[in-house]
Design a protein around this ligand. Structure first.
Ligand code: DP6
Length: 325
């Protein structure tokens, strides 16, 4: 028997960075419960999907394989272990012991500067719960419960169950209705190199920054302000707040002991061009960055000229990843 599920990626506008001290729960194989120190808000990227197929196996342990017929995906050993340990965590929750072949892939290349952990852990959670509940003849848990389970595999994945915006405060995320149902996404690819510090490592390291002390309060205040700006359709204010937010997170990295960072010279160049564009036109995209050197842009659908001009400005220097050009 086989089961199949998919889930989208998401991009955070208010960032999840830092995990609460109660993360060490022994029931989880990785001891990471991923309870955040501050709430986060994301936009769901429906065109970027992960797919997971589970098939019963008579082997003595779960095994990962790439999903045939999709964009080839190569998970290294560490990534496979992390993915499979989330499956064992879910199995444990349901007192389920049989094994699966776990096949997964994304419809976006691993090198396009987008993290796939959110979409892939959400798809795995969905697929595993579906497979187990069907066999145990029990009803599917609520979407909040799915989100809470997924969070324990990778925090940001709990937001991938909701759209267009997802708000994650504590155990699970929820949909937040805001007046921008269909934004256009573009990634400015500055580097495709594997990052030296993973986002999971960054979550630990930020505690060593003196600036972390007031970070939860700053994120909370900015979240309230951003929700208000989006509700009022004040795009310029939303741009200012999302800009401040990613700089705040990256400042934590650079002020950690020892400091680390993701910015490359190209990142600075692209940010400079984007800031200049906003300055000249008093208009532009929302700009954000995750724990990496690449830049994410979100445009309103009616910003067609802005979208084209930004693409023309950036494309001589950078590869752009977008479903539209
Ligand atoms: C910078 O969800 O990848 O993208 O819970 O350890 O899997 P784990 O971390 P992860 O962290 C994402 C960090 C971020 C910001 C965000 O998506 O909110």
């Amino acid at each position: 028997m086989t089961w199949f599920a998919s889930a989208p990626a998401n991009i955070a506008l208010i960032k999840y960075m830092g995990k609460s001290a109660n993360n060490n729960v022994l029931s989880h194989p990785n001891n990471t419960r991923n309870t955040p120190t501050n709430p986060s808000l994301s936009y769901t990227l429906n065109h970027l999907q992960s797919f997971v197929e589970l098939e019963h196996s008579s082997t003595s342990c779960d095994q990962w394989q790439p999903l045939p017929g999709h964009t080839p995906l190569a998970l290294n050993e560490q990534e496979q272990t992390r993915f499979l340990s989330h499956l064992s965590f879910i199995k444990k929750q349901f007192h389920y012991s049989a094994c699966f072949y776990v096949r997964s892939s994304n419809n976006f290349p691993a090198s396009c500067g987008l993290a796939s952990s959110a979409s892939s852990f959400a798809a795995l959670t969905r697929c595993a719960v579906q497979a187990i509940c069907e066999q145990q003849n029990r009803p599917l848990p609520s979407i909040q419960d799915l989100s809470a389970l997924s969070r324990q595999g990778s925090g940001s994945s709990c937001r991938s169950f909701f759209e267009p915006f997802a708000l994650w405060q504590q155990d699970y995320a929820e949909a937040l209705p805001l007046p921008y149902p269909s934004l256009r996404h573009m990634t400015v690819i500055v580097s495709q190199a594997q990052k030296k510090v993973s986002s999971s490592q960054a979550h630990q390291a930020v505690f060593t920054s003196l600036q972390f002390e007031n970070r939860p309060q700053r994120a909370q205040t900015r979240l309230t302000q951003l929700i208000h700006a989006l509700q009022q359709q004040d795009w310029f204010r939303a741009y200012q707040l999302t800009w401040q937010e990613f700089w705040d997170m990256h400042a934590l990295f650079e002020t950690a002991t020892p400091p680390f960072g993701y910015f490359l010279p190209g990142t600075m160049m692209a940010l400079h061009l984007l800031r200049e564009y906003w300055h000249i036109h008093q208009d532009g995209p929302l700009v954000t960055m995750d724990a990496g050197p690449n830049i994410h842009l979100l445009f309103r659908p009616e910003q067609q000229t802005v979208y084209q001009e930004i693409a023309d400005t950036l494309s001589p220097h950078f590869q752009l990843f977008t479903p539209h050009i």
